[in-house]
Design a protein around this ligand. Structure first.
Ligand SMILES: [Zn+2]
Length: 492
């Protein structure tokens, strides 16, 4: 393909990827906001089907033009091509997850409502019984998930990669081999400190550490003891105040739609839908209260403002595609204002935040270790060609590094496509470095400095044109370096 024709193809892809993603986001918004019962994605995929054809994948794999949009557009096309092969199964699994129920206390409970029940169940025996009922559902669905992963792996081989891992290592810019080594080192370096804290928190919750299971941690991190400090009634004003500190008036932003209306079928969890970047970004709120609800809202607000501050004349490859470690990183940056003692004091009115800070640091250390273990597991799962052989590996790695018992049953349900776990890990590393820069430049109270806000907006204005590494260089760091993260979680 000639250079002119290659750039012609990239132009068409850039335009249609924007339209496709916009329609898909609108559908997800309407469904999640409780404005529409079903999720009609089939017709959207059909309308833009030309982008996911084998011919387009082959053209992009062969030409490799020196166009800055190329990497993001190729990743988008290859991912969509791989997923398209299993779309019917993906839909069947989602239907089962929506329709399957368990019997509990004489009532029928949908599968998706089990996790909140577990997190709120203070009796360990009942927690285990609930979790065991959940596992029965997952086990019965697993043949569908196994079939789905066989198709995804086969598609990767079909377009010329030895394994699904090799595909992602080539197509994404996640530097998976390096990240795996970083994850191994991080697990090693934080092991002792994590174990000590885990045991203390488990004992504090009346759970013998040797008998602890994954469902016990759901209860531990639900942390109802902090509910009164984070009331639902204060959720929206906290958001407004936090963003105002950075010079952002969310209520007057014309491109940001704050959906606060109560609707019966609205998702209980805050979410962001970027229908048009930056023209139409929805932030959907359904205040429940509690520290986890505040965290979720601030996280989604980080995505919202990141998208809302991207200039509209950039190609879609930079506005809406690219390395999601970056948008996740900025989401964590706003979320982690909750880890700032001055923010807790001035915005939330917590006079003595030490105990909560210790808890929230431990919570993040747990999450990062869990994702390190998930990455190590996924690297092995996706290097083989038989997903079914990996259930014990999943349970072993997660149990070892998280320190509570995991069941092999969840080996495919606790798993995102396309190494999303790697993006979260890179985002945590990125965020710790960006936060350190903000503290160095603007002090610990950077969250209420318009100058800090101006810095952040200047980084947002790149969208995802650069990878996390590329953007960090513009922030003033040589590379993605786990040291800031480690130091923020394990004080020496
Ligand atoms: Zn996110």
């Amino acid at each position: 393909m000639s250079r002119a024709r290659a750039s012609d193809l990239l132009d068409r892809l850039d335009r249609d990827a924007a339209a496709f993603s916009g329609e898909l986001s609108r559908e997800h918004y309407l469904n999640g906001a409780g404005l529409k019962d079903d999720l009609q994605t089939g017709p959207i995929f059909e309308r833009y089907g030309w982008m996911f054809e084998r011919e387009v994948v082959d053209k992009l794999q062969k030409t490799r033009p020196r166009d800055e949009r190329y990497h993001a557009l190729r990743e988008f096309v290859v991912e969509a091509f791989i997923e398209d092969g299993a779309r019917a199964l993906t839909e069947r699994i989602a239907e089962r997850e929506t329709a399957d129920t368990i019997e509990w206390d004489g009532k029928s409970v949908p599968q998706r409502s089990i996790a909140p029940l577990i997190a709120n169940e203070s009796n360990p025996e009942r927690r285990r019984a609930l979790d065991s009922a959940r596992m029965d559902l997952v086990r019965a669905q697993n043949p569908l998930r196994e079939e789905r992963w066989e198709i995804l792996h086969a598609r990767a081989r079909d377009i010329g990669y030895p394994t699904y891992f090799d595909l992602w290592d080539d197509v994404s810019r996640l530097r998976l081999h390096e990240l795996k080594a970083t994850a191994e080192r991080f697990l090693w370096d934080t092991e002792e400190s994590y174990r000590e804290r885990l045991e203390a928190y488990l004992r504090g919750s009346g759970i013998p550490p040797a008998r602890a299971e994954r469902c016990d941690l759901s209860f531990l991190f639900r942390a109802p003891q902090y509910d009164s400090l984070f009331p639902a009634a204060k959720l929206q004003s906290t958001l407004v105040e936090t963003l105002t500190g950075l010079g952002i008036d969310i209520e007057s932003q014309e491109n940001v739609h704050l959906d606060t209306e109560a609707r019966p079928r609205k998702s209980p969890r805050a979410f962001c839908s970027a229908i048009d970047v930056p023209g139409e970004v929805m932030l959907v709120i359904n205040p429940q209260g509690g520290q986890d609800d505040f965290r979720a809202l601030l996280h989604e607000a980080g995505h919202t403002e990141h998208f809302a501050h991207v200039p509209d004349d950039l190609p879609y490859a930079f506005r809406g595609l690219g390395d999601n470690s970056v948008t996740e990183g900025f989401a964590f940056l706003i979320e982690h204002t909750m880890k700032n003692p001055r923010w807790l004091e001035s915005v939330m009115g917590l006079p003595d935040a030490d105990e909560f800070l210790r808890f929230t640091n431990f919570n993040q250390l747990y999450l990062v270790r869990r994702y390190c273990a998930k990455l190590l597991y996924e690297a092995q799962l996706h290097c083989g060609d038989n997903p079914r052989a990996s259930s014990k590996l999943y349970a072993d790695l997660l149990t070892t590094h998280v320190g509570v018992r995991y069941t092999p049953v969840d080996y495919l349900s606790d798993l995102d496509d396309g190494f999303y776990a790697a993006r979260y890990l890179r985002a945590w590393i990125f965020e710790a470095q960006v936060r350190r820069t903000l503290e160095d430049r603007h002090g610990i109270e950077w969250f209420r400095s318009a100058e800090a806000g101006a810095d952040i907006k200047s980084w947002w204005s790149f969208g995802q044109r650069y990878t996390a590494e590329g953007l960090l260089q513009r922030v003033g760091h040589a590379e993605l370096d786990v040291e800031s993260l480690r130091r923020s979680l394990v004080p020496s």
